[in-house]
Write a protein that binds this ligand. Structure first.
Ligand code: WT7
Length: 653
């Protein structure tokens, strides 16, 4: 691990040896400036979280803070509340109705300013419309929308009446949407005619129709008009948003729900081909996301906060919708891509809205690095005071670039580690307290306990590496995998009984700082998006010309990992450039464009062990052009040579 700085000149240090204490000015005003908060939380974990729950509106206070029977947690047991009321009504009642909730900007350049009062009124109308469409408390709703304000409205409206929703990222295919509708048993789909991306229209309505053709539970489809192009229509089933919402009453009292009422399901990739429906519930999630948001992003009433993720991912759920709204934050929400119409779009947004806090993924940062500093330099970004990173390890070089070129050397960076399953950030610096080290997510949030353990589950001493585990329950934790309790127990709680197994490797340095090292399972991180190797493999083998496929994540300087697929064809089929293209599009159709393989290498056979298991490690070495590791377990050693020859002949792509 990096040595301490000593008296060496800063320039002489490698990136990860540099240290960044909180700037004095930042610290002086920080929401938390005293590190005693760690010890205080550690002394009484339940009391700590209960303290943060006090500020919310409860129609019935909880009887017990935590009920923990491994691996089942209940938080704020016996309490009744509503997260939509806490995100909206509570602020409007406190006189914040005219405060901006979202500065929204569409990709074509259209803009809207949505106040807390606007958001509350529209949410109530939407909630009434959902009821008119037959949605009752407990019914599931699938949401497949572009990044428009009606997306948070739809989520808040579902939450208001206690209908668990599942947001499906607009980049997912019809097939992927169908799988999620089927697994959740959704009876309503909320979508749009389309959305804008890189100047093109994403065919959301058409995909929705194609998906519904493969399902049986959907009764109605509510369609928001965004692009105004012609879309297929099923009368009796499809309802325009503008036909049903405006005529509703703008009052809809929030349903008072049990603390453990299911708030939403969010599907994420595991190690099999079938995504897992991660279950999140109401009160613990609300308290966990709001508290971490307030203290990690040091939220002040006049901040303009921008989380540049898509709401289709957990980052958007927790840190564009629920966390920020619970804290009455003013956010920026942007529909499109960073290079439309030009590569300075983000920095133009920062300048125009005077964004003070920016939260994004390392992939984005590395892309901006590649584009060059001239784009951020076109704009006045002195409004920025804090930067955040999420989704994958941030390499120290990108960290430093973010710090200097985007943050002007003055903004602390919070590298936040968490997962779809954790619901809230678990490991992160506190910007007014923590001295950061580029590339390290530093320490668990107060009230969160983590450890690094070896294969036997023994805690690794400082200076060592192992598996990251979380050793006590936290309020926003997943409550299960929808409809698959056994998979829940096996995936997260069986590897190290009693402890949550994250699936990440981690190193802890002599100072106790945590350095996340990436996944230790068959999950890839492509531009921060989680995709399982098996999911892509099963999409590939569903093509009639494919006999077998093995997929690995190859290191990539921009996207972190890139999808590399080894494919062997059924006999009688010839490898060709066209077939390679066809297979890529086949995967896109099955999953979505985020899963399009970057490289396809045709190979006569795949290397297997004698028991028939594909040797991924070997394939990884081949893809990465590394010297090969141990091949003694290989059934037919000549296979490696064949693949090597294919690779040398440039037959990839
Ligand atoms: C996986 C979870 C949490 C929102 C987006 C991702 C990786 C996440 C970091 C970070 C290193 C990180 C882990 C984790 N990851 N944040 N700051 N440093 N790795 O959610 O799609 O559920 O993925 O993302 O590997 O297990 P997700």
């Amino acid at each position: 691990m990096a040595s301490e700085t000593g008296g060496k000149a800063l320039e002489a240090l490698t990136f990860d040896e540099r240290r960044f204490p909180p700037p004095a000015e930042f610290k002086a005003k920080a929401n938390w400036k005293d590190e005693s908060v760690y010890a205080e939380a550690e002394r009484d974990l339940e009391g700590f979280w209960a303290g943060h729950a006090e500020g919310f509106t409860w129609s019935k206070k909880w009887e017990r803070v935590l009920d923990w029977r491994v691996p089942c947690a209940k938080w704020f047991v016996g309490g009744r509340t509503n997260i939509s009321e806490n995100c909206l009504d509570r602020h409007v009642k406190a006189g914040l109705g005219s405060k901006t909730a979202y500065h929204w900007e569409g990709e074509p350049g259209d803009t809207r300013t949505v106040s807390y009062a606007d958001l509350l009124a529209e949410t109530q109308r939407c909630a009434n419309a959902l009821r008119e469409l037959g949605v009752r408390t407990g019914d599931r709703v699938a949401i497949y929308m572009p990044m428009v304000p009606e997306l948070p409205v739809a989520m808040l409206a579902c939450a208001r009446i206690g209908a668990p929703f599942t947001v499906v990222f607009g980049g997912f295919s019809a097939e992927a949407l169908a799988g999620r509708i089927n697994d959740s048993g959704a009876k309503l789909v909320i979508t749009a005619d389309g959305g804008y991306r890189k100047g093109n229209i994403v065919q959301l309505k058409k995909n929705t129709d194609d998906a519904i053709a493969q399902t049986t539970t959907v009764e109605k489809v509510l369609v928001y008009r965004r692009t105004k192009h012609d879309v297929p229509w099923t009368s009796g089933r499809d309802v325009w948003w503008h036909d049903i919402i405006p005529k509703q009453k703008a009052e809809c009292p929030a349903e008072q729900l049990d603390s453990e009422h299911m708030l939403y399901l969010l599907y994420t990739s595991g190690t099999t081909a079938k995504p897992k429906g991660i279950v999140h519930t109401t009160a613990g999630y609300m308290v966990g996301t709001a508290t971490t948001h307030k203290y990690i992003f040091d939220i002040k009433p006049d901040d303009v906060y921008w989380c540049a993720a898509d709401i289709g991912w957990v980052t958007g759920h927790s840190y564009i919708v629920f966390g920020p709204l619970a804290n009455a934050t003013t956010s920026v929400m942007y529909e499109g891509t960073p290079d439309f119409p030009d590569k300075d779009r983000w920095w133009s947004i920062v300048e125009r809205y005077r964004v003070s806090i920016l939260y994004c993924a390392p992939t984005a940062i590395r892309t901006f690095m590649k584009w060059g500093p001239q784009y951020p330099h076109m704009h006045d970004m002195r409004s920025l005071r804090l930067l955040g990173s999420v989704g994958e390890p941030i390499n120290p070089e990108a960290w430093i670039w973010y710090h200097e070129t985007i943050g002007g050397g003055r903004c602390p960076i919070v590298d936040t580690w968490w997962m779809t399953e954790t619901g809230m950030i678990l490991i992160s610096p506190l910007p007014g307290i923590t001295t950061t080290k580029p590339g390290s997510a530093t320490f668990p949030f107060p009230g969160v306990r983590a450890d690094v353990v070896d294969d036997e589950g023994k805690s690794v001493p400082f200076g060592g590496a192992g598996y990251l585990v979380i050793t006590s329950p936290w309020p926003a934790m997943l409550r299960g995998i929808y409809g698959d309790d056994q998979r829940y127990r096996e995936t997260y709680w069986s590897r190290f009984p009693g402890r949550y197994f994250a699936g990440d490797g981690a190193k802890r340095d002599q100072g106790g700082y945590l350095w996340l090292l990436g996944r230790v399972d068959d999950v890839m991180k492509i531009s921060g998006h989680r995709i399982s190797t098996t999911e892509v493999e099963s999409a590939l083998v569903s093509h009639p010309k494919v006999a077998e496929a093995a997929v690995i994540g190859r290191e990539d300087p921009i996207t972190g990992q890139a999808i590399f697929a080894f494919v062997s064809l059924r006999s009688g089929n010839e490898e060709s450039e066209e077939l390679s293209k066809e297979l890529r599009e086949h995967v896109v159709k099955g999953i979505g464009s985020i899963a399009r393989p970057k490289t396809i290498m045709f190979t006569p056979e795949l290397p297997k062990t004698r028991s028939g298991k594909i040797m991924r490690r070997l394939l990884r070495d081949i893809a990465q052009e590394r010297p090969l590791g141990d091949v003694t377990t290989l059934a037919d050693a000549s296979v490696v040579e064949q693949i090597r020859t294919a690779s040398a002949a440039g037959k990839e792509d």
